[in-house]
Design a protein around this ligand. Structure first.
Ligand code: URA
Ligand code: CA
Length: 433
């Protein structure tokens, strides 16, 4: 087989075989296929698209390019969740203990990564003593015993995706549905989940700005997951404004604690119940989505969900007393209020600008090695559709520096206040099976 023939075949719009796709991905991972041929191949896919079968083969080839996590020593159906980006998305912190509390095993591998705030691991590390360095055996034992554990990323998962994503980034081939879908799904499948719930965001703060694009991506990922033998469901949710109120690491932990007690922001709680019901249903702990939802509501009301969070923290060395005394979380030295300059209704909150404002404070990593400040971030006091009066606080800044002019400016760029009545956006647009 020759790479040039495979590129030409795709360029001319023909369907590739499993062997051809494997040849390209294996060759690229090993270094036998050079970057320039892979760039041409990615561009051919960009223009000619791929059939569902091709997408499944591409995903599997990337899964097989590296290590795969084996969760077979853990009892039950392991259900994983993935969100496509978003700002201030606290759902993982809430969903993990919430669904575990009704019997779904959560065996989560989580990274630090780059972003407006830290990853799930960073957020959890704002709890004193908590650590994610677990060996495989301890990890399995904890999930079997408590139904929940989070371990830091290790091993060499999907090296083909890592290499290809880097190449796509500099060859204008990122925005391709088959390439995005196979990239995301290869990582989920290699992480060992039996079933996958996807939260595909749409709106100004999302990777997919419009609903049509989000639906197309969701369908593509659901087809790949099912085609690879992992039951997959996608929820399409709104990212026209940040989810919940808090954006920042310790601030989001506090928000997760509130939500697990039933005292969190309504949009965050609703999305967690929607995603969580799908997870519980796929995990066969309920016979219908409605029954799953009832179980989750009951777990919050009865205190089972927050108890599970405490068990989880203690099992990994964390000081679980922060749950009852959140003042023990890292706290910033200063708070500042960003106030409305006029009366009206909040009509827009550009999530990206809020994310940038939080990272300017130090909540997120700018490079792989930069330090993050767990205490800093933002709390949104007004969301889209809220009435404001001049002088009302829109956002509270939690900062460790005294001069926050740049942050205030970003927040004003993000918020629009309208004299007209504004209808809030729907939170969940669709569920794709
Ligand atoms: N996120 C990914 O992991 N891969 C893509 O291709 C795009 C977004
Ligand atoms: Ca939030």
């Amino acid at each position: 087989m020759r790479m040039i023939d495979i590129i030409e075949k795709k360029r001319d719009g023909y369907e590739l075989t499993k062997e051809e796709i494997n040849f390209a991905i294996e060759g690229y991972t090993k270094g036998d296929v050079p970057d320039y041929q892979m760039s041409a191949f990615a561009m051919a896919i960009f223009f000619q698209d791929m059939t569902t079968e091709e997408r499944v083969h591409l995903t599997k080839a990337m899964v097989e390019s590296g290590d795969q996590v084996d969760l077979s020593d853990i009892a039950g159906i392991k259900v994983d969740k993935h969100s496509t980006g978003g700002v201030g998305d606290t759902t993982t912190l809430i969903l993990a203990p919430l669904v575990a509390s009704v019997g779904v095993p959560v065996a989560k591998m989580s990274g630090r990564g780059l972003g407006h705030t830290g990853g799930t691991v960073d957020k959890l590390e704002s709890i004193k003593g908590f650590h994610v360095e677990l060996d495989g055996e301890t990890f399995n034992e904890l999930v079997n015993k408590n139904k929940i554990a989070v371990v830091g990323q290790s091993g060499n998962l999907t090296p083909a995706d890592k290499k290809l994503y880097g190449l796509r980034d500099v060859t204008a081939t990122v925005d391709s549905i088959p390439l995005i879908a196979s990239s995301i799904m290869s990582k989920k499948i290699a992480s060992g989940a039996d079933a996958i719930v996807l939260d595909v965001k749409t709106g100004s703060g999302a990777f997919m700005k419009d609903l049509e694009g989000a639906k197309e991506l969701a369908h593509a990922m659901v087809q790949i997951g099912n085609g690879a033998g992992r039951e997959t469901i996608a929820v399409i949710s709104d990212m026209n404004q940040p989810l919940g109120f808090a954006v920042g690491n310790a601030l989001e932990v506090k928000e997760a604690i509130d939500t697990l007690r039933g005292e969190g922001p309504a949009d965050l709680e609703e999305l967690c119940l929607t995603l969580g019901s799908q997870m519980v249903y796929l995990g066969k702990q309920a016979e219908s989505i409605e029954e799953a939802r009832e179980k989750l509501i009951e777990a919050i009301k009865s205190g089972k969900a927050i108890e599970k969070f405490k068990t989880f923290l203690s099992a990994q060395g964390g000081d679980a007393s922060v749950v009852d005394e959140p003042s023990k979380l890292p706290t910033a030295s200063y708070t500042f209020e960003v106030v409305a300059k006029e009366d009206g209704m909040v009509s827009e909150i550009v999530a990206d600008e809020i994310g940038i404002a939080a990272s300017l404070l130090g909540a997120g990593r700018l490079t792989k090695d930069s330090e993050i400040d767990l205490a800093v971030g933002l709390v949104l006091n007004k969301k889209i559709g809220d009435q404001v009066r001049k002088g009302d606080s829109l956002v509270t800044i939690h900062s460790n520096r005294e001069d926050v002019k740049d942050v205030v400016e970003k927040i004003y760029q993000s918020y629009s206040i309208s004299a007209k009545k504004v209808e809030p956006h729907a939170l969940v647009y669709d569920v794709i099976y």
